[in-house]
Design a binder for this molecule. Structure first.
Ligand SMILES: Cc1ncc(COP(=O)(O)O)c(C=O)c1O
Length: 394
């Protein structure tokens, strides 16, 4: 069926799924696939998890929406859990990642305003991706996503990702106008890029020294993806602001902006809001996701299976002429190719029943649900290696 009634913003593969369970999906012909994308880092606890199904069904029968004009107990519960896990102190709930980042950017504006800075600047990174609202697009460095939407907001200064020297140079050039830095701990859309070890720690120190807000976009990396609740925990630091979305709802739309109390208090009643943000359904599901990650040991599983996947791919693809590098952390893995290989996702799906993704044109990205086991990992390796082995020309 041609999607003539849908706006032309996506180019979907010729596949349609009707059912999912754990790390598996079934298409409309009944064929089973292993999902190594998880709806782009969303279904971390797997498809149709019985506890998520129960939480949704029960809450739907009780209450879906009342608005933020009333206290919402599930919102308070989820905020409490997230603050305990993150070391941050207060939460604002949204419905998506872009909105969560808008919340963070608004906090940065208020922070600058409180300091009397008239034209505040936020440092952002080469190849960053923070969303598709006009504000978050301005903070992103993605040519296709920005094309035709100029002018972009002038409040962002772009520096090289993972390079603390570039940050220091920007400090010298822009000085007191800088109020914050917004960065993904690992870049997802930007090609699964990892900063050098110690970068986030050095950045934390620099932000503290200069009175900037350290704002981490954990929308893709958060909720266990890298083997810790949040990727910054690998470096033993705590940011001033963090954003979450994607896996927090496992498919139910939710976003969250967390901050220290000192930063969060810049908001006052009426200064920010959302009709749907923090509704009982989304927050109850968020609490259930956290219960499952904890109860099923999924942080540990992500670390263990991530190592197996990385090692398996590195061994199987060693010396492959089309592979430049295999890198990653936990279950966020990129295989950078030496050239774009068209159809690699379709070949992996059709021939091997493994769903993979390509980002930045020539980096295969693997983001399987955190519930995968060793046999699943081996099937993903076989699917990727098989699809690349076919040498489909670009
Ligand atoms: C790091 C990061 N930030 C923000 C976003 C935007 O999230 P959403 O699509 O929910 O607005 C994404 C989406 O891919 C992302 O990966």
């Amino acid at each position: 069926m041609t999607a003539v009634c849908l706006m032309n913003t996506y180019k979907p593969m010729p596949l349609s799924f009707i059912r999912g369970e754990g790390a598996r999906l079934w298409d409309d012909s009944g064929r089973q696939y292993l999902d190594a994308v998880a709806g782009v880092a969303v279904t971390n606890v797997g498809h149709s998890h019985p506890k998520i199904v129960a939480a949704i069904s029960e809450q739907a029968g009780l209450l879906l929406h009342t608005s933020n004009h009333y206290r919402i107990d599930w919102q308070q519960k989820l905020a409490q859990r997230l603050t305990q896990l993150s070391g941050l102190e207060q939460v604002f709930f949204n419905n998506s990642g872009a909105e969560a980042n808008e919340t963070a950017l608004k906090l940065a504006r208020l922070y600058g305003w409180a300091k009397g800075i008239e034209h505040p600047l936020v440092l952002v990174m080469d190849n960053a991706f923070h969303g598709r609202t006009l504000g978050t697009l301005s903070a992103s460095d993605n040519g296709t996503a920005r094309l035709g939407y100029q002018p972009m907001s002038a409040e962002f200064v772009k520096v090289a990702f993972g390079d603390i020297v570039a940050i220091k140079q920007a400090t010298r050039v822009y000085g007191e106008r800088i109020v914050a830095v917004l960065v993904e701990p690992l870049q997802g859309e930007g090609g699964v890029a990892l900063p050098p070890p110690g970068y986030l720690k050095a950045l934390r120190g620099h932000c503290t020294q200069n009175g900037w807000l350290m704002m981490l976009d954990e929308i893709q990396t958060g909720i266990g993806r890298t083997g810790r609740w949040f990727a910054y925990q690998h470096e033993g630091i705590v940011p001033d602001v963090m954003t979450l979305a994607k896996a927090l709802g496992n498919g139910i739309p939710i976003g969250a902006c967390l901050a220290t109390a000192a930063v969060a208090r810049l908001f006052t009643p009426g200064s920010h809001g959302s009709t749907f943000g923090g509704n009982p359904l989304a927050c109850r599901v968020g609490c259930t996701v956290l219960d499952i990650v904890e109860g099923e040991g999924l942080l540990h599983n992500a670390a263990v299976q991530g190592e197996r996947l990385l090692a398996g791919l590195r061994t199987a693809l060693a010396g492959h002429p089309d592979v430049a590098q295999v890198r990653g952390m936990g279950l966020m893995i990129g295989i950078e190719l030496t050239r774009p290989i068209r159809e690699v996702c379709l070949v992996a799906a059709r021939e091997y029943g493994v769903l993979i993704n390509v980002t930045r044109g020539q980096t295969i990205r693997l983001l399987p649900p955190l519930v995968i086991d060793a046999a699943d990992v081996d099937r993903i390796v076989a699917g990727v290696v098989g699809a690349l082995g076919q040498r489909v020309t670009g």
